[in-house]
Design a protein around this ligand. Structure first.
Ligand code: SF4
Length: 309
């Protein structure tokens, strides 16, 4: 069989091992060397160009159904639970806690829940909105497992690596948020970041008030492609007498976007995290759809005030 293998960045180091194993079983194997951000980002263009019969995507659960033969190979990683002891001190005073993690550690949620329950906590595990598949699992763009229980918990606990996942959950919730990074041996409340990101968002909106030309970013990635939203935002911009173009790419290269100097601001319709995590990589404001609507509303208000003078 002709097969294309695709690995997220953290697993690319295992590509050769899997390629050789599948070759030894009589397959013809290709390995995608493109950046990979999630199961929202299947290497379908490469798979079709190479005319492979199957794409094997490592490291993520299915994100959405696609019209191609895709096999998902999830990775489970057993992380040390030693930091849970330390977290008890920090969680003193919070009786009901919500716990979330990533797909790699979702099989450890029961052990974590039992640990906290043994130590007198009431543990709540929420449901994802739909892109994530397991209770208590979060993705950068699906933090339903935290957001859906924000009302009933006293604090949230994230167990897993990095800041990417807990940041999304933090911004969608209001309660104290403890991040436990078992491999980095770090444990801290990250609540202060809510204010930092709110300030950044306000700054982008204000910096876009003079913008006349908007670039609306539309990706061709299977799980991030939102042509309808891109079309709608372009229409809204033009209705206000401003100019917009839809910019298409698979993975957006920020250097190339910076070269598009005619645009005064960019609007993201791809992975929602771009307008949160990657804003500093562009010399012009990178707005979310909501931020764009706020810019347009404020522009209308300013225009009205001017006309009344
Ligand atoms: S956060 Fe972005 S990269 Fe991650 S799964 Fe969602 S759309 Fe994909």
């Amino acid at each position: 069989m002709r097969i294309l293998l695709q690995f997220p960045e953290g697993l690319k180091q295992e590509a050769l091992k899997h390629a050789k194993r599948l070759e030894s079983e009589g397959n013809e194997v290709f390995v995608s060397a493109s950046p990979t951000f999630g199961a929202c980002d299947l290497a379908l263009d490469e798979a079709r160009s190479l005319k492979v019969e199957k794409l094997i995507h490592f490291g993520h659960a299915e994100f959405q159904h696609v019209d191609f033969n895709v096999e998902y190979v999830e990775y489970r990683i057993d992380a040390p639970l030693a930091l849970l002891d330390k977290s008890l001190d920090m969680l003193k005073g919070f009786k009901t806690i919500g716990i979330v993690t990533t797909i790699q550690h979702v099989h450890q949620l029961n052990s974590i829940r039992e640990f906290y329950e043994r130590n007198g906590k009431i543990v709540v595990i929420g449901k994802p909105y739909g892109f994530a598949k397991r209770p208590g699992q979060i993705l950068g763009c699906d933090v339903g497992s935290s957001a859906s229980i924000d009302r009933i918990v006293d604090a949230h606990v994230y167990f897993g690596g990095g800041i990417f996942h807990p940041l999304g959950a933090l911004l969608a919730t209001t309660k104290p948020f403890l991040a436990i990074e078992p491999f980095g041996n770090r444990i801290e409340f990250i609540d202060r970041m809510r204010e930092t990101y709110a300030r950044k968002s306000r700054g982008k909106v204000l910096a876009s008030l003079e913008a006349k030309n908007f670039g609306v970013m539309l990706t061709t990635k299977n799980g991030q492609h939102n042509a309808q939203l891109a079309g709608l935002l372009k229409k809204r911009i033009e209705e206000q007498g401003l100019s917009a173009a839809i910019l298409a790419a698979n993975t957006f290269d920020f250097e190339s976007l910076n070269n598009m100097r005619e645009f005064d601001a960019f609007v993201n319709t791809a992975c929602p995290r771009l307008a949160i995590d990657d804003t500093d990589r562009l010399s012009k404001p990178l707005l979310s759809a909501n931020e764009l609507m706020e810019v347009l509303r404020m522009k209308r208000e300013l225009a009205q005030k001017k006309s009344l003078r």
